[in-house]
Design a protein around this ligand. Structure first.
Ligand SMILES: [Zn+2]
Length: 230
């Protein structure tokens, strides 16, 4: 048997028989712990790996050896959060790991994984630009998820637009600002929440992540490829 095939089989069995480390195409490692419900474990891991792939599709890669530990949880105000434990080691809390709200997992995890990326690649970026970027990643994560779920049984189909529109209404309500108001603001005048909303809306209005980043005033570090839309 060819050596590459053996390597592929080893990688596949690592995922199926579950060491808690996964190896990504870019060579980075991420680790999943704190997911106790065995029945939903694989599905949750699927949603998380999908978020990483959504970033890869946009050519956003982590430095070698980045470790991300996911746990179910949130901060006092109920929001998901990312902790930098030092040396490329991060903990992400999201509120929905053991649920079947797959779109919510993708929304939250994509955003928080974005914080890890910026923490590693653009540590000097302003708070507003960070949030806007991560808000945009939530959008692109959902769009990427849609293309994958379309081909799989037992996953939501044709409802991504509904979820996106519901999310926008929820954000308008929560932050007390309409989409038009937010889109007309300057990013430097925004707080954390408005910037997140702005990033999400900007992504919705543009064709791809590269254009979105330019609109957000974020210079990508490397050439960003076209997202694959099947
Ligand atoms: Zn954030």
């Amino acid at each position: 048997m060819k050596r590459t095939l053996w390597i592929a089989l080893v990688l596949v069995s690592l995922q199926v028989f579950g060491g808690d480390k996964w190896y990504m195409g870019s060579g980075s490692t991420y680790r999943l712990v704190g997911i106790s419900n065995a029945a939903r474990h694989r599905e949750t891991r699927h949603q998380l790996s999908l978020c990483f792939n959504a970033m890869r599709v946009q050519s956003l890669k982590f430095p070698e050896g980045t470790t991300i530990t996911f746990r179910n949880g949130s901060t006092k105000d109920g929001f998901p959060v990312t902790y930098n434990n030092g040396n490329g080691d991060y903990t992400i809390l999201v509120t929905c790991l053991e649920t079947e709200f797959f779109m919510r997992i993708v929304f939250q995890a994509s955003h928080e994984i974005g914080h890890v990326y910026i923490g590693q690649m653009h540590p000097g970026m302003s708070l507003q630009h960070r949030e806007a970027f991560c808000g945009a990643l939530s959008y692109w994560g959902l769009r990427y998820a849609e293309t994958i779920w379309d081909h799989l049984k037992n996953y939501p189909k044709g409802t991504t637009d509904d979820y996106i529109n519901e999310t926008i209404s929820e954000l308008e309500h929560r932050y007390g600002k309409s989409s038009e108001e937010v889109l007309n603001m300057r990013i430097s005048e925004m707080n954390h929440d408005t910037a997140l909303f702005f990033g999400f809306l900007t992504a919705q209005q543009n064709d791809d992540m590269f254009t979105t980043m330019k609109k957000l005033g974020i210079e990508p570090t490397e050439k960003v490829s076209e997202p694959s839309r099947k």
